[in-house]
Design a protein around this ligand. Structure first.
Ligand SMILES: Nc1ncnc2c1ncn2[C@@H]1O[C@H](COP(=O)(O)OP(=O)(O)O)[C@@H](O)[C@H]1O
Ligand SMILES: [Mg+2]
Length: 461
């Protein structure tokens, strides 16, 4: 079992079991009469047995039979605790009269006496001398304990411990795994992730945690949607004054008396602003039409087309394009072909822009039948990106040091990553061994039901 929790719980559990066994054992031993009885009590048991046997022997076979019997007792060992022998304490004398035992002891608690009449009618008194009445010796717990640490106990104990720990870990680990998946998905940008339903009827701290997670995800989703909405609205509002400005510039240009240079400058700035607003609108995905949201398209053909287009730009920069498109048959996807195309274009264009003359940009598309997804890899041999910035560069308006001198607003990757997320896919950037960047896009294939419309901000009007 790969679980780390398991290996933490198992030793704790075993130690707890051993401690419990130890204290139960100690409690039993300390309260049991057997262990605490004095020596005299132990001797009395032997006495009762020996005296009644002696009485029987004398009554049936006379003193000769008694002697025979007492010889067999002499072979008995001493008591291991006290070192005293309880078996050789009998003495026998002939007596004139027979009295009952109560009277015979007559306050002398050191003896137990029985009387017997042999077949020849002689009377005998058999006396057992009790040992001194000492309290039990102090006794150490460790004397008794090791006796249960035998193989018969240890192996089932260990197996039980393993089983119990495995069940416990399974019970705790399963929801933790679900929580982990939830956090991972949320971190990947799937803000619609909710954990409540996965917890079922669970009502404990873990379920509370899942509920808190859901509240957090809900809030994040609202914030992101609000931001998108704002971005969309602002960009949208900027469009009309920009259009009017453009028109004004064109009209002013027709006036021969107007100064050329400033007008040209204004024109190019307006163009740039218009481009930015266009990108912003793409980022908030407000531009995609209702009809495009539920397109069906072939990923293989789409990548083919984007690579074809990019080859021109690449040739112009002296960069070669190497495409490896594995799938033989159609790779049907559902969603917005326009968004996905835009995403792939942005990534490929970055790869070309950051390549030096003579470098190659590699594009490869493959299908993972098991996970039912397509995987697109776009790799270059450019400068790569510092590890710490790999995630950050996907944020809007982030341009790293290596991108500052180029055209662009730092929106390309943000748009790409949004578009991929809308299709329940993932975009991951990593540095390549030997230099350069590789961007991996995974997208689910057709039969994963998609709701791209869910994350597209509704366009008013
Ligand atoms: N293939 C790449 N190699 C190195 N750096 C890259 C690559 N792609 C993107 N980057 C870095 O990530 C930043 C963000 O990229 P992007 O969102 O496309 O914005 P832009 O292209 O407008 O600068 C870039 O400015 C650049 O610093
Ligand atoms: Mg770019």
């Amino acid at each position: 079992m790969k679980s780390r929790l398991f290996w933490k719980i198992l030793p704790g559990f075993l130690i707890a079991v051993i401690l419990i066994l130890y204290s139960v054992w100690t409690a039993i031993v300390l309260t049991s009469d057997d262990y605490l009885s004095s020596e005299r009590e132990s001797a009395r048991i032997v006495a009762t047995y020996q005296l009644s046997a002696a009485q029987l022997a004398i009554e049936s076979g006379g003193i000769a039979k008694f002697k025979e019997l007492s010889q067999s007792w002499e072979a008995q060992d001493s008591d291991p605790r006290s070192g005293r022998n309880y078996w050789n304490r009998l003495s026998v004398v002939e007596t004139k009269r027979v009295i009952d035992s109560e009277e015979a002891t007559n306050g002398r608690r050191d003896f137990v006496v029985v009387y017997a009449i042999d077949p020849e009618s002689k009377k005998w008194a058999v006396r057992y001398k009790l040992p001194p009445d000492t309290p039990p010796e102090s006794w150490s717990i460790t004397d008794a304990f090791p006796s249960i640490l035998t193989i018969e106990w240890v192996i089932p104990g260990l197996l039980g411990g393993l089983l119990f720990s495995a069940i416990l870990v399974w019970y705790v680990n399963r929801p933790i795994q679900r929580l982990r998946n939830g956090f991972r998905k949320l971190a990947e940008g799937q803000l619609s992730t909710r954990l409540g339903p996965a917890m079922g009827r669970r009502r404990d701290e873990i379920a509370d945690l899942a509920n808190d997670f859901d509240r957090m995800a809900e809030r994040l989703q609202q914030l992101v949607l609000a931001r998108d909405q704002l971005l969309h609205d602002v960009s949208h509002e900027l469009r009309s004054p920009l259009a009017r400005l453009n028109l004004a510039v064109v009209l002013a240009g027709q006036d021969a008396a107007a100064p050329r240079a400033p007008l040209q400058r204004i024109e190019s700035e307006v163009e740039r602003l218009d481009g930015l607003v266009g990108e912003l609108l793409s980022l908030s995905r407000g531009e995609s039409d209702e009809s495009e949201r539920d397109d069906y398209f072939d990923m293989r053909a789409l990548v083919d087309a984007v690579v074809d287009d990019a080859t021109f730009e690449a040739q112009y920069r002296g960069v070669s394009m190497v495409a490896r498109i594995e799938p033989e048959q159609h790779t049907l996807m559902q969603g917005s072909a326009k968004l996905v195309r835009r995403a792939i274009e942005n990534i490929i264009r970055n790869a070309i822009q950051f390549s030096a003359q003579g470098d190659a940009v590699e594009v490869s598309l493959s299908v993972d039948g098991e996970l039912n997804q397509v995987m697109l890899l776009i790799a270059d041999r450019g400068p790569g990106v510092p590890e710490a910035d790999l995630l950050r560069m996907q944020e809007p308006f982030v341009r790293l040091q290596n991108g500052l001198d180029r055209q662009g607003y730092g929106l390309g990757l943000a748009i790409a990553s949004r578009a991929v997320q809308c299709h329940k896919g993932a975009l991951v950037a990593a540095n390549r061994a030997g230099g350069g960047l590789v961007v991996t896009v995974t997208l689910p294939l057709m039969n994963m039901v998609l709701h791209v419309a869910d994350c597209i901000v509704e366009k008013e009007e």
